[in-house]
Structures are given as C-alpha cells and as structure tokens.
Design a protein around this ligand. Structure first.
Ligand code: G6P
Ligand code: ZN
Length: 542
C-alpha cells in the first residue's frame, strides 16, 4: 500500500559540489530525507517502470535512508531497485552498476570523506543514466523543486532484508540485493593486466592499502589480496564502520598519516595507497615519496598506454581548474586536447560521454577514466600497479623521470576550514572587485599577468558555469587560486591553491614548502587571509 504524505519545504536543500550534505541530525528531522528524495524523483523523467540503483558508503544512517528510498521508489513507479548487500556500494561501483544494468539513475548515500556518526555528516547524491553525478541543469531543477514540495509518496512495506542476496517484489517494485564487489572487480580485471601485477607482487613487491574503515575495504581485499595475491594484511582498516572508527575517511597526509609514516619508515613497502569514505578518492605514496594528486594524474595519463584498456592511447585529458598544469604538459606531448573544468566530477561527464577525453583528474585526490562516470580510487591504485608492473622502477624513480622530461609543477593547497561565512565572502568579494586592476601590479617579486573569475563554457551542451574561482596568474607562470569549498557542512572553507612551474632543466628537487614560500606570502598580501578568516595559518596543507 502506498500513501501520500503532506509536507513543507526545507529551504536548505541546495545540492553542493557533490549532492546534498548535512549533519546527520539535519537529515533526521521528520520528512527531511523524504522531501529531498521525492524532489529528485519529481525531476527524473521516465521513472515509470525504470530501474534505480541504491547504495551508500555504510556510514551512520545509511541503512535507514536506504529503506526509505526503497519505499519511495515503489510508490513513485520504479519497477526495480538494485541495492548493494548491506546497503553498500562504493561510488564508482554504483556508477558501474547504473551503466551496466541500464538503470535510469541511482541514489548514492554518502558524505564522501567527511566523518560519520550521529553527530557527523550524511549525504544524498543523484547520479543519472550515464552513471555520473547529475549535471547542474538537474540539480538546479531539483533545488527549485525542494522549495515548493508539498507532498511525497511512500509505500508502507516492511523493511527489506538488505543482507541476503536475491529478489523480493513488494508494491510493484522488485528489490534486487546484489553483491557490491563482484561486478566492480570484473570491470577492473577487464581494464588492467592482472597477470602482470600478480607477477610483480609474487616477485616480492610489497604494498599497503589503507581503507580507512570505509567502503573500499571489501573491494580492496577482494582485488588486492584475493585476485592479485597480495599478502593478507595488505589491506589495513578494512572493515567498513558507520563512524569510520571515529576518523575522517579522507585520504590526505593529515588523516592518513599512519600510512604516510609507514611509507617514510625504514621498512616501508614499495607502494602505499588509501581511499576515502565512498571509494572515489585516492592517495598514492611510493616508498619515501608522496605523489600529489595533480602529479599522479599527469603520470597516469603519460603511462596509461601500458595498461590494456588504454593501449591505443587516450583521446584527451580533463582536469579541474585548480588542479596543477602538470597534465597539460603531458597532453601537449601526446598531442591530445586538455580540458579545464570547474571543481566537481559532474563537469567531466559530458566530455567523457562525447569521447573527447579518456582520463580525468582533480587536485582533490580524484582520478578516473571513461570506464565509469565517477572518480575511482581503486582504479587509480590499479593503474599505478599496472604501470609499476611494466616499468619495474620504484615510484620515486618514475617521478624523477617524469619531472626530468616535463618539468615539475610544485603545488600545494591550503585549507582554512569552518571559517565564518561573512569573512570568507568578504575575502572573495574584495578579490573580485580588484580583478581588473591587478594585472601589471607586483606582489613581492611577482608580477601579475592576468586575473579572472573562472567561467566554464561546456562545448558539448553550451552551458556556462560562472564564478568558479579567482585565478591570479603571474608572469613567471606561477598561479594562485582562491575558492570557497562547495562540500563543507559547517561555516565556509577557503581553499588557496598555489602552484609554481620549474622547467625540466631547473631545480627539480626542492622541498615544496621552500619552492612555494614566495607565493604563499603573495597570497596573504593580495587576499588578507588573516584579516578575513581570523586564522594565522591553514588547518590543512595538502
Ligand atoms: C567532491 C567532488 C569533487 C571535488 C571535491 C572538492 O569530492 O566529487 O569533484 O573536487 O569534492 O570540492 P570542494 O568544493 O570541497 O573543493
Ligand atoms: Zn568521495
């Protein structure tokens, strides 16, 4: 039986960079999740008789919202809901299921790398039929719908058993509980030379993968330990927990510091990696060397042809604007186009669908390819392993070779987290007001050559996205970018992205902090960060 429930709009359901993210307590308000899910369904066209994928990263509230989504899918006319066992589907695995099962779309329940638990974060994101995050045209319509919604429809069916594989049909909806890992592992096996990687590992190559008590645990255990023969214990923190063991499941040097220390220690394995809450991000560390996400994108693009799926070369590369230009030099050498998009994986979808690019990446630890329409943490790890299996060099040597050929983009991101919104807005407004007057001026020893507020024109659908970050470009090729994060749940987060290019015949072995010091000082001078944020230094440097 289905019923119609009256409701009133919530005014705070505007999707951010990656869906709606709020504190668990916000989602626990009566009708809150229902309103958002119904608004999604009201915007989806052609749902009658269609298939919907539902899964999440296992965080606190995951199971409850999955049951709600199933009941609402039944009442909204979907014919089939494909749900990961235990309510689990990593974000890239969900993208893969949407694509391979011909679903109309999917609900991905996650707040990615944000912490989980009763006092932490939850999120709901809708992905469309290509498997990728809904484009802005959809999220704009969705937000508008959340502001006028006055009813939702829901079935009164009892809870579906999410732990047993199989099918149940209730109220016209067939709910299919699938093993979340198998199809994804098969997809990976189709892309990479598993035999070569197995050989590498059998030859004594050691690796460590930190799943951060998040969704990739079961995936990494199946792929790395079972299919590729890595020693038991290669995957650490492999059991997904609703609160991620009380940690931030964010694979950066701050939150994955144990892995970092292991990789810098005397008995370090050859290769270390980590992924985030929902499995789409990656952190790559070789023995004694951290690889920045921007550099990782460049190295993966330059060497992708060593893996079977990309042996005929790549069509092009896309990177988000704040990501370093390291990949641009690879694109130039390969003679393929390089697209610069706003922050957010959703902007890559059209380029991938049109076949204009094969590999995409972001400074925020996301890399992926046209195999799905999400970034994919384990994909990046496996492409690295495939490259290492062919080249048989340490990661540090691969990086040194890369910089010696292309030059090095020294790069860092400084985050000022949870600052007062008014101060963050004032900083951005002040910069915007001075954009036209900045070119030609000098800050310290640096001369500003250009300054703008990044706008993206999508060549495939003609859409335009404005105000995507302030760029200050200097005459020597260095760059500072200022942006406010679109994924936080508390106050504002200011991101300052700092980059300096050192040519191939320059000094390639500096400490990043030293190489960037003049630019860090320039960022303070031009933006008065201390004054606007009340902070003397960033909370996180990645
Ligand atoms: C999510 C998105 C990414 C984005 C990142 C940072 O992970 O999927 O595409 O780069 O958030 O976004 P933010 O707005 O916080 O800088
Ligand atoms: Zn994520």
């Amino acid at each position: 039986m289905t019923s119609t429930v009256e409701t009133k709009p919530f005014t705070d359901q505007k999707p951010g960079t990656s869906g709606l993210r709020k504190k668990v307590r916000v989602f626990q308000q009566p009708h809150y999740a229902e309103n958002f899910i119904q608004s999604v369904f009201d915007v989806v066209e052609g749902k009658d008789g269609a298939t919907l994928v539902i899964g999440g990263d296992g965080r606190y509230l995951n199971r409850e919202v999955i049951q709600t989504a199933i009941r609402m899918a039944a009442a909204n006319g979907f014919a089939r809901a494909i749900v990961g066992q235990g309510g689990i589907l990593s974000t890239p695995a969900a993208s893969n299921v949407i694509r391979t099962r011909g679903a109309i779309g999917g609900l991905v329940l996650s707040a990615s790398h944000n912490p989980g638990g009763p006092d932490e974060d939850f999120g709901i994101k809708y992905n469309v039929s290509n498997g990728g995050p809904a484009p802005e045209s959809f999220t704009d319509a969705l937000y508008a719908r959340t502001l006028e919604i006055d009813r939702y429809v829901i079935s009164d069916m009892t809870d579906i058993d999410l732990d047993t594989l199989g099918e149940t049909t209730v109220d016209g909806l067939t709910v299919e509980v699938i093993d979340p890992v198998t199809a994804y592992a098969e997809c990976m096996e189709g892309l990479f030379d598993f035999a070569a990687i197995r050989d590498l590992i059998a030859g004594g190559f050691r690796l460590s993968f930190d799943a951060m008590h998040a969704v990739t645990g079961p995936y990494a255990t199946e792929i790395l330990e079972r299919r590729l023969g890595a020693a038991p214990g290669t995957v650490v923190n492999g059991a997904p927990l609703p609160d991620f063991g009380g940690h931030h499941p964010d694979p950066n040097l701050v939150h994955a510091h144990e892995l970092y220390e292991r990789m810098m220690g005397d008995d370090a394995p050859d290769f270390g990696a980590a992924s985030d809450g929902d499995g789409d991000r990656n952190l790559i560390i070789g023995r004694g060397i951290f690889v920045t996400p921007s550099d990782s994108l460049a190295v993966l693009a330059a060497n992708a042809h060593l893996a079977p799926a990309y042996k005929d070369g790549i069509a092009g590369i896309a990177r988000s604007m704040p990501t370093s230009a390291a990949a641009d030099r690879v694109a130039q050498a390969l003679d393929v186009p390089l697209y610069e998009t706003p922050t957010g994986w959703k902007f890559f979808g059209n380029l991938l669908d049109a076949g204009l690019v094969t590999i995409c990446g972001e400074e925020s630890a996301g890399t992926g390819s046209n195999h799905v329409r999400e970034k994919d943490g384990l994909w990046a790890v496996l492409l690295w392993l495939n490259i290492l299996a062919v080249r048989r060099q340490p990661v540090a040597e691969i990086m040194a070779d890369h910089w010696a050929r292309y030059g090095r983009n020294y790069y860092a991101r400084h985050d000022y987290e949870g600052v007062e919104q008014a101060g963050a807005d004032a900083l951005m407004t002040s910069l915007r007001e001075r954009l036209v007057t900045l070119p030609g001026t000098t800050i310290g020893d640096l001369t500003v050559s250009e300054a703008d507020d990044f706008a993206y024109h999508d060549s495939t659908d003609g859409s335009v996205s404005r105000k995507q970050g302030i760029r200050i470009l200097f005459a020597d090729g260095s760059r500072i970018v200022f942006r406010l994060s679109g994924t936080g749940t508390q106050g504002a987060t200011l991101r300052v992205y700092i980059e300096r290019y050192e040519p191939a015949d320059g000094d390639l072995a500096q400490q990043t902090g030293d190489a960037l010091a003049p630019l860090v000082a320039a960022a303070e001078t031009v933006a008065s960060i201390k004054q606007h944020t009340g902070r003397n230094e960033p909370d996180v440097v990645t």
